[in-house]
Design a protein around this ligand. Structure first.
Ligand code: PMP
Length: 439
């Protein structure tokens, strides 16, 4: 009997060892980590430089309470991150994960409103579907049915606008009119809610788990910024999944030159070595809050020196190994190969993504875009088939969390051509088996 419980009762193999893009269980089975865990292990497993940095930090100190001490590790990582952000985003608040980072952003936004006499602003608009975390605040701006609905009565309902799924709506993603069409839904929602009540809009630059690597249509990000500026609303960029090089740039939003007011990061920053997250805010937001008495928020483990030392080594590794460029280059190749796979497997209805945040979506019919029958549970089933073949991929329901199935293919950013061959062989064989099983 196991004393552990997570989402269900299913027992999993016991992880014994992990190196680079590979993982081994206790029985000696080898897996290629085609999802970097949950889009976390961007620099691969057991990176020696990160382990060395962690050992060094452990010899010095492993904890200093943030209200008692700064540490060299947290100061250096903060400076490093500030240097990688769009201009003005220079104030860093460390946490231990993505949900905590999102919570922190929501609270900073609200406290900035209070500190600047905008008490009526509290609504944070997000998209449907979306995933921004599992704590109740982050969940209030999440719209992913099975994870958010049970808790609806415990949260203040926040307004949502549709995610820009041009491929489902039959619109051309390269036409700036399409981006404008979806972004203008934000303006309409703000008007409907009353602009004086709206605090912020939170969005992922490339949609992650909820929409399955959804790349925004042309013009979308630019128009969002215009709308936020027009209404005096803060733009919070959730880079928990897209950050730390995943999409081929250090921040996903950099592809569109976006100017967020707050960026939140986590997964690829700790990269699986440590629990770490960060909220990086514009100094113009932070200063009034500090002047008004301080930021009323914080977590005990925030700024943990071991976590920060590891995070710094991770970022240095991303830079010194050129992993953003590798993600862009390998991502192009992998995407082209997934598109080629679509010719051979008619159940694949769409291939999308940027850098190494890539996905394909199953459809029963490419013309009508109809999803596979819900009861097939295709996303779980496919993941299991691939897993048994030694390939780990990540899947979710893609239509509002209840229907449709996408598979995220997101290997560590260190992948080479040989790894891509192995991933493609695993996918091809798994798709053939999956098709035979459900037909
Ligand atoms: N935001 C996004 C975009 C995410 O993908 C996730 C995690 N999947 C979170 C927030 C929450 O992060 P965590 O699970 O570390 O709390």
């Amino acid at each position: 009997m196991s004393h552990l419980f997570y989402q269900g009762r299913g027992r999993k193999p016991v992880l014994e060892q992990a190196r680079g893009v590979y993982m081994w269980d206790r029985e000696g089975n080898r897996y290629l980590d085609g999802s970097s865990g949950a889009m976390v292990c961007n620099i691969g497993h057991s990176n020696e430089n990160v382990l060395t940095a962690m050992r060094r930090q452990m010899e010095k100190s492993t904890f200093g309470y943030r209200l008692h001490f700064e540490t060299e590790a947290s100061e250096r990582l903060a400076a490093k991150l500030a240097g990688l952000m769009p201009a003005g985003l220079s104030k860093v608040f460390f946490v231990s994960g993505g949900s905590e980072a999102v919570e922190s952003a929501l609270k900073l936004a609200r406290q900035h409103a209070l500190a600047t006499g905008q008490d009526s602003r509290w609504k944070v608009i997000s998209r449907t579907p979306s995933y921004h975390g599992c704590t109740l605040g982050a969940l209030a701006v999440t719209d992913y049915d099975p994870l958010s609905r049970p808790f609806a009565p415990m949260m203040r309902e926040m307004p949502k606008i549709p995610a820009p799924r041009a491929y489902l709506d039959g619109l051309d993603p390269d036409d700036p009119e399409t981006g404008r069409h979806y972004a203008d839904m934000l303006a309409a929602k703000i008007e409907a809610e009353g602009p004086e009540t709206v605090l912020a809009f939170i969005v992922e630059p490339v949609g992650g788990a909820s929409t399955g690597a959804l790349v925004p249509p042309a013009g979308y990000m630019e128009r969002l910024r215009e709308i936020c500026d027009h209404y005096g609303i803060l733009l919070i960029m959730d880079e928990v999944m897209t950050g730390a090089g995943r999409t081929g740039a250090f921040l996903g939003c950099a592809h569109w030159g976006a100017r967020p007011d707050i960026v939140v990061m986590s997964k690829g920053l700790g990269a699986g070595y440590v629990p770490l997250g960060a909220m990086i805010a514009d100094e113009r937001l932070v200063e009034p809050v500090l002047d008004a008495g301080g930021f009323a928020h914080g977590f005990t483990y925030a700024g943990n020196p071991l976590a920060c030392a590891a995070g710094l080594a991770v970022v240095e590794e991303i830079e010194s190994q050129g992993l953003c460029a590798n993600a862009a280059r390998m991502g192009e190749k992998l995407k082209a190969r997934l598109q080629a796979l679509m010719q051979r497997h008619e159940l694949i209805g769409d291939v999308r993504g940027k850098g190494l945040l890539l996905a394909f979506e199953f459809m029963a019919d490419r013309t009508t875009k109809a999803p596979l029958p819900r009861a097939l549970n295709a996303h779980d089933r496919f993941v299991r088939i691939a897993y048994e073949r030694g390939l780990i991929v990540y899947s979710r329901r893609t239509r509002d969390g209840i229907e449709g199935d996408h598979i995220l293919v997101c290997p560590p950013l260190i992948v080479n051509d040989t790894h891509l061959d192995e991933i493609m062989e695993g996918l091809d064989a798994s798709l053939a088996q999956f098709t035979a099983e459900i037909r």
